[in-house]
Design a binder for this molecule. Structure first.
Ligand code: GBH
Length: 496
């Protein structure tokens, strides 16, 4: 039948055209209640580092005292100047059509010394203005309480390694709930325990760069989990009935793929050391650290001559106190690594020796590594792993993004977002993972920590040489806007 033949030819053409467009051919649509947003953090965008009563935090201190530790010797003194330009930022959000905006509070704007007395009302007022304007624009607020800018005075007391941190943090959280709770639908207690502890206290990559791997990182994580649970319980008992918000934690989880089939145990061990260590106490039904993490650290500690494990122990009460303290799982995801078993005989105390495995991005060439940096199947595998390992939690993707070096027509970023969103849809529809929201990191180019301003993750370009810090939409901003508007991943050439 000629009609039938024409139809077949048409279908084949459609399939070829789809593959030609980078395989975004599945055409799933996002579920009706699925949410889209973008994210930023206080130190990375606000600037105004010593204005209106704000106190010094670890990143002010670190960048001012050790400028050479930042790739381009810059800092967040001015950054995107969002302290003065928040109205413009909210216009961008409106333009994109996002459901929510994830941003963080600067602790020392609210308590300049870090200690929970003497609230700085100018700081409160700044966040009030943002929250009111978001509400006026129908944009839901998602607020991170702690995105790395710790009060410097608390750092001098040992920061997160001091158990007293828990009480100071809880009072800070209480103040935030009191002042802002009526307008915040989603709270995140901490951004990324792994980066917060392993990179800042273990390694020397992020402020305060203590470099006490295998000791300070575990102490930090231990207190972080308790502080998180304390804030959760406080919200749960005192504020939830009044404000009906949700409270959770954001955990960064890269995917670790075995390099060889026999490396599966090693790859899973790396997953457990990177994020299982912080997920398991909160999201598993038994609570506490993962067995494999406890076992490897204990063995290694004893070989190194320690009388007890370097990993602190939770009491049974603490295990119960921490278990179940997150209304959903906030997940930050960027890359996929390959992992292999690596038995180390070194007796040097280090987080990395404890793991007895090594891992790497499959290409180390930063300038030309899209095949290594765009690995959508790794994202999908991660989502499935989380579903299977932690009783199928609701997953709120709180960050996902891609850096380049500043193209306005940022096709690499579009390719990244397109493919990761497709993978996410496959996880929802094929693997039945409960993914409820997606957050693009980040709204605009900003201070990328130790990498300064050269590495850019924004979907809006910011001109940092212009004192006015103008924001310009990149191609990816149109792409994201289109995804949100159409609730499906629309191919690039139909967007720009
Ligand atoms: C997040 O950290 C942070 O929450 C956020 O503040 C930060 O701006 C964002 O990621 C981007 O870094 O492996 O060579 O491709 C997560 C740690 C470290 C993840 C750098 C992405 C990319 C480097 N990030 N990594 S590479």
């Amino acid at each position: 039948m000629p009609l039938f033949n024409m139809f077949s030819v048409f279908i084949i053409l459609v399939i070829f055209a789809a593959f030609d467009r980078g395989c975004w051919a599945i055409n799933y649509t996002f579920p009706d209640n699925f949410l889209f947003g973008t994210a930023t953090s206080s130190y990375q965008i606000e600037g105004a580092w010593n204005e209106s009563g704000k106190g010094e935090n670890t990143w002010d201190w670190y960048t001012h005292n050790y400028p050479e530790r930042i790739l381009d010797r810059t800092n967040g003194d001015i950054a995107c100047d969002s302290y003065h330009k928040y109205e413009e930022d909210i216009k961008l959000l409106k333009e994109l059509g996002v459901d929510f905006y994830r941003f963080s509070l600067s602790w020392t704007r609210i308590f300049p010394s870090g200690f929970p007395n003497n609230v700085n009302y100018e700081g409160i007022n700044y966040y009030n203005k943002i929250l009111n304007l978001l509400a006026a624009n129908n944009i839901t607020a998602m607020v991170t309480l702690f995105h790395w800018d710790l009060p410097q005075r608390l750092m001098e007391l040992g920061g997160l390694t001091n158990p007293r941190f828990i009480a100071f943090y809880t009072e800070y959280a209480r103040t935030a709930f009191e002042f802002f709770g009526d307008r915040v639908k989603y709270w995140l207690t901490f951004n990324e325990p792994f980066q917060t502890c392993m990179f800042s206290y273990g390694d020397t990559r992020l402020a305060p760069a203590l470099g006490m791997s295998g000791i300070a990182d575990y102490l930090c994580g231990h207190n972080l989990l308790k502080a998180h649970a304390a804030a959760y319980h406080l919200y749960n008992t005192t504020y939830r009935s009044k404000y009906e918000g949700k409270i959770a934690i954001s955990i960064s989880a890269e995917w670790f793929e075995p390099n060889n089939t026999y490396d599966e145990a090693a790859a899973d061990r790396v997953r457990q050391f990177w994020y299982g260590i912080h997920m398991h106490p909160i999201f598993s039904s038994e609570g506490d650290y993962p067995e494999v993490v406890k076992e490897y650290i204990a063995t290694q500690s004893s070989l190194e001559g320690y009388k007890r494990s370097r990993l602190p122990q939770f009491t049974p009460d603490e295990i119960n106190y921490i278990k179940g303290t997150s209304d959903f799982m906030g997940l930050n995801h960027y890359n996929t690594y390959l992992a292999t078993n690596a038995s180390s005989t070194s007796l040097e105390t280090s987080y990395y020796n404890d793991i007895q495995a090594s891992y790497w991005l499959s290409s180390s060439n930063m300038e030309d590594s899209d095949t290594a940096r765009i690995v959508p199947w790794g994202f999908r595998k991660l989502l499935v792993w989380v579903k299977n390992t932690f009783n199928d939690p609701e997953i709120f993707v709180t960050e996902n993004g891609y850096y380049d070096f500043g193209d306005i027509d940022d096709r690499g970023r579009i390719s990244f977002y397109g493919q990761y969103l497709e993978a996410l849809l496959e996880a929802i529809y094929i693997d039945n993972v409960k993914v409820i929201a997606y957050t693009a990191w980040t709204l605009m180019d900003n201070f990328e920590w130790n990498l300064g301003y050269e590495y850019k993750y924004g979907i809006y370009y910011v001109n940092f040489t212009d004192p006015d810090r103008p924001r310009i939409p990149k191609s990816s901003a149109y792409f994201i806007k289109n995804v949100i508007g159409n609730r499906t991943v629309v191919s690039y050439d139909r967007v720009v």
